[in-house]
Design a binder for this molecule. Structure first.
Ligand SMILES: [Zn+2]
Length: 309
């Protein structure tokens, strides 16, 4: 039954079937395009680029939202139960949404975009016992590998436009490859001894690996565990010992923990500035350059290079 509801060409039939309980009229569905729900902005951006004009993409987590802590709202659940496809990051990024995603997966395609990233490319930090680091979008070359699952599910639910989805994905992949090379080149401009990135939580591990910058996070891979006194001492020692000039706040994590590092460094008679705000687990507002994935990456890199160079 739900299969019928998926095809936009059958929208009139669907409308007739509403009375029969096939589908409730969706407040979120604006027209006969496929309706796609993405958890994070970065995934929503990929979906938009690949679908072009053929999908309405709803992103659940807007600017400043922390995906580790996010719980589906009532309107999210309404969107999820009407969507033609649901895209999520996986690797436990959406730590509080597991049950909801399992439930909706019974009636519609629910796709983890990380599923095509080879296991040997995934980080498995010791502090995050037995689980992979989910922040794969920080390595632009890895993120370019997450487009295929999106193309495949779109081609399945809207086969008439499959060729267009593939061509759009190819164009986006090329853009991402260029972006990857640009990031590498920009980070290499920071003198090697100053290439240390201190942030609120350990989101930048893939960034550090790919672009050769040491990464130190105050909190762990997930923001679920609060930073403890030991974490604070470890980070403050790093700043003081290495003479680090700047540390960074993140748009989706409260500033206070990084401000506490700054205060603790001052108590050692040293000065460290807050080098700016990085977009870690959420993009910037819609309609701004940082509201797109490539723009978010560029903004982060400019902020990091500007403060550390
Ligand atoms: Zn994170």
């Amino acid at each position: 039954m739900s299969k019928f509801c998926r095809f936009p060409s059958l929208v009139l039939l669907v409308a007739l079937l509403v009375a029969a309980g096939c589908a409730a009229p969706a407040p979120s569905r604006e027209d006969d395009r496929i309706l796609v729900v993405a958890t994070t902005g970065m995934i929503g951006d990929s979906a938009r680029r690949i679908a072009g004009e053929h999908a309405q993409v709803v992103t659940m987590m807007g600017p400043g939202i922390d995906p580790h802590l996010y719980k589906a709202t009532q309107s999210d659940v309404a969107n999820l139960t009407q969507a033609d496809a649901i895209l999520y990051n996986g690797l436990h990024l959406e730590g509080k949404m597991g049950d909801v995603l399992v439930k909706v997966a019974r009636t519609r395609p629910v796709v983890a975009v990380s599923e095509t990233v080879p296991e040997d490319a995934l980080r498995e930090p010791p502090a995050f016992a037995g689980q992979y680091d989910p922040h794969i979008w920080f390595d632009v070359s890895l993120w370019a590998q997450t487009l295929d699952p999106i193309v495949n599910v779109f081609a399945e639910i809207d086969p008439a436009h499959a060729d267009e989805f593939r061509a759009n994905a190819e164009a986006y992949r090329t853009e991402l490859e260029e972006l990857d090379a640009w990031v590498e080149q920009r980070i290499a401009e920071i003198p090697e001894r100053r290439r240390v990135l201190i942030t609120a939580h350990d989101a930048f591990g893939y960034f550090g690996l790919r672009y050769e910058i040491e990464v130190v996070g105050l909190q762990g891979i997930s923001t679920l565990a609060e930073a403890g006194l030991q974490d604070m001492e470890r980070v403050v020692a790093k700043v003081v010992d290495n003479g680090i000039k700047a540390i960074f706040v993140e748009s989706s994590v409260p500033r206070r923990s990084i401000e506490a590092v700054q205060a603790a460094v001052r108590s050692h008679d040293r000065e460290v500035v807050i080098g700016g705000e990085l977009f870690s687990d959420a993009m910037g507002p819609d309609g701004t350059p940082e509201g797109t994935y490539p723009g978010m990456v560029r903004s982060n890199v400019e902020t990091i290079v500007g403060a550390l160079k």
